[in-house]
Design a protein around this ligand. Structure first.
Ligand code: GLN
Length: 194
C-alpha cells in the first residue's frame, strides 16, 4: 500500500487525508523534511499559495520538495497546490515562490473572488465513469502549457487540469466532494512508480 503525504502547512489537509484513505492509500501529514523523505507521493492541498510557499520556505521544505519532484516523486496539487506546482505564476505576489515541476503558467484567482466560487461537472482524461464534480474556490486557471505538459481537463475554454510525468494539478477541489476518483487516479500514479 503506497504511503502518501499531504503537505500540512496550511489549507484543507484533512479532506485530502480522508480522500486518500478512501482511495486505499496510507495517508499522513507532512510538515518536516524527514516526513517528506518517508512518503511515496505527496498531495499539495488548496489554501493560499503565497502563505503556503512562505511556510514551506520557513519549515525548510522548499528545496527538499523541489528535489523530490525533480527526482520523479508523484505529486498532486489542488488549487493553491496547482499554483505551487507551476513553473511560472503570471501574477505572483512579491516573494511568492513555487516548487515547480509542471511546465505551465498559472493565473491566480482567475475564476474570480470567493463569492464567485462555483461547482461544475468536469471531464478529466484518465478518470473513467463520467465527469467529476469540480469545486472551484478562488481558483486559478492555466494560461498556457509547455511541450512536456498535457492538458487533462478544461472548463469554459480554460485549462483546469494538467499532467506532466508524475505531476498532476487541478484548479478545483475533488477532496471536497464524496467522489474520490481523481485521488484514485493519483494513487495509481504512485503505485506505478513504487
Ligand atoms: N486563490 C488561492 C491562491 O492564490 C487559491 C485558492 C484555493 O486553494 N482554494 O492561493
Amino acid at each position: 500500500t503506497p504511503v502518501i503525504g499531504v503537505l500540512a502547512l496550511q489549507g484543507d489537509v484533512r479532506e485530502h487525508l480522508i480522500a486518500l484513505a478512501s482511495a486505499d492509500a496510507l495517508a499522513r501529514p507532512v510538515r518536516r523534511p524527514e516526513e517528506l523523505a518517508e512518503v511515496d507521493g505527496l498531495v499539495i492541498p488548496g489554501g493560499e499559495s503565497t502563505t503556503m510557499s512562505k511556510l514551506a520556505a520557513l519549515f525548510g521544505l522548499l528545496e527538499p520538495l523541489r528535489e523530490r519532484v525533480r527526482d520523479g516523486m508523484p505529486v498532486y496539487g489542488t488549487c493553491a497546490g496547482m499554483i505551487l506546482l507551476a513553473d511560472k505564476i503570471l501574477d505572483p505576489r512579491s516573494g511568492q515562490e513555487t516548487v515547480g515541476g509542471i511546465d505551465m503558467i498559472v493565473r491566480r484567482n482567475a475564476f474570480g473572488r470567493q463569492n464567485e466560487s462555483f461547482e461544475a461537472a468536469v471531464e478529466v482524461a484518465g478518470v473513467e465513469g463520467g465527469p467529476v464534480e469540480g469545486v472551484f474556490i478562488r481558483a486559478p486557471w492555466v494560461e498556457s502549457v509547455g511541450a512536456q505538459a498535457r492538458v487533462v481537463a478544461e472548463h469554459g475554454g480554460h485549462i483546469v487540469a494538467v499532467r506532466q510525468g508524475n505531476a498532476l494539478a487541478t484548479s478545483f477541489h475533488p477532496e471536497l466532494t464524496g467522489d474520490h476518483r481523481v485521488h484514485a487516479l493519483f494513487v495509481e500514479m504512485v503505485r506505478a512508480v513504487g
